[in-house]
Design a protein around this ligand. Structure first.
Ligand SMILES: C[S@@+](CC[C@H](N)C(=O)[O-])C[C@H]1O[C@@H](n2cnc3c(N)ncnc32)[C@H](O)[C@@H]1O
Length: 280
């Protein structure tokens, strides 16, 4: 079943947390000269037209990225993300929002390499057209969970894996943890970032429990909820599980998450977490 289309949600609060994390991991990776490998297991279409019929349906970006763009003096990591968005929108009108491949593309150097998986028959060609240079990015219509096994460890010996499944099938909660274990076994020095939705507290907690049960160490959790998590009103928030995070990320998140939870709040129960699932 592949009915999920990310364009309906592009630029919402969950994208901001995810893409901010991706941006900070890339900034850390490019501090070193050595090349790195990026695996995006669920890459989407790469960038999103916010004027499209789909993005306009619920206009989720209005209460997300559009709101942030009106602010001044944001914490530096947030300004970094906004710079990428501004770079894609040179006329100052918000028309495009970057997906995870475009965020990484903003930072990569000629020596770095991207491997982007997207299974949807309509989305794959859009992504492939955006990354025509095979030497820079390999775009494949493959199952991203299987790619974790097939592509790791990378020859570069440095790398970052983003797993951003839609969770439209409940099995994704299981697959994502299995893929993390498989990947970590092959490439323990890599950085792994897993996105998850907070639809209700219990489901999110079960995922976090399964990650803890892998006994993988050095796992940071960032979570942002924009409203009470117990109401039956869709996604109240989302989180990022980061294995081997940049050492600066915990401190940065303690600065940017309070700001985001205030700016994006939909009720007075908006909240955030910066905590270690398992310390180093
Ligand atoms: C949440 S979206 C990805 C958004 C993207 N990472 C971003 O940040 O812009 C999830 C994507 O995964 C695709 N997909 C679903 N199952 C997949 C699988 N097993 N392997 C690869 N792609 C898959 C969907 O078609 C969808 O485009």
């Amino acid at each position: 079943m592949l009915s999920y289309r990310h364009i309906y949600h592009a630029g919402n609060h969950a994208d901001i947390l995810k893409h901010l994390t991706v941006s900070q991991i890339c900034r850390h990776l490019i501090k070193k000269e050595a090349p790195f490998f990026y695996l995006d297991t669920h890459a989407g279409i790469g960038q999103y037209s916010l004027n499209s019929e789909q993005a306009q349906k619920n206009k989720e970006f209005h209460s997300g990225i559009a709101r942030l763009l009106k602010e001044e003096n944001l914490p530096e990591p947030l300004e970094g993300l906004l710079d990428i968005v501004r770079d894609m929108n040179p006329t100052d009108t918000l028309e495009y929002y970057p997906g995870s491949p475009k965020i990484v593309d903003y930072y990569v150097r000629q020596k770095d390499k991207l491997h982007l998986c997207e299974l949807h028959p309509n989305d794959y060609p859009l992504l492939a057209a955006l990354f025509p240079n095979k030497r820079k990015a390999n775009v494949v219509k493959d199952n991203g969970f299987a790619a974790v096994k097939a592509m790791l460890p990378p020859p570069q010996k440095r790398g970052f894996v983003l797993m951003d499944p839609p969770y439209e099938v409940k099995k994704d909660y299981q697959y994502v943890v299995q893929a993390l274990e498989e990947g970590y076994k092959r490439f323990p020095q890599g950085t792994y970032a897993i996105w998850y939705p907070v639809l209700n507290r219990q489901q999110a907690n079960e995922l976090l429990k399964s990650v803890k049960a892998t006994h993988i160490r050095n796992v940071l959790l960032l979570e942002l909820c924009i409203r009470n998590t117990e109401q039956e009103r869709g996604m109240a928030g989302s989180g990022m599980i980061i294995v081997n995070p940049p050492w600066t990320l915990e401190k940065e998140a303690k600065e940017f998450l309070p700001v985001l939870s205030k700016l994006l709040a939909e009720d007075n129960e908006a909240d955030f977490q910066v905590t270690w699932i398992t310390p180093e």
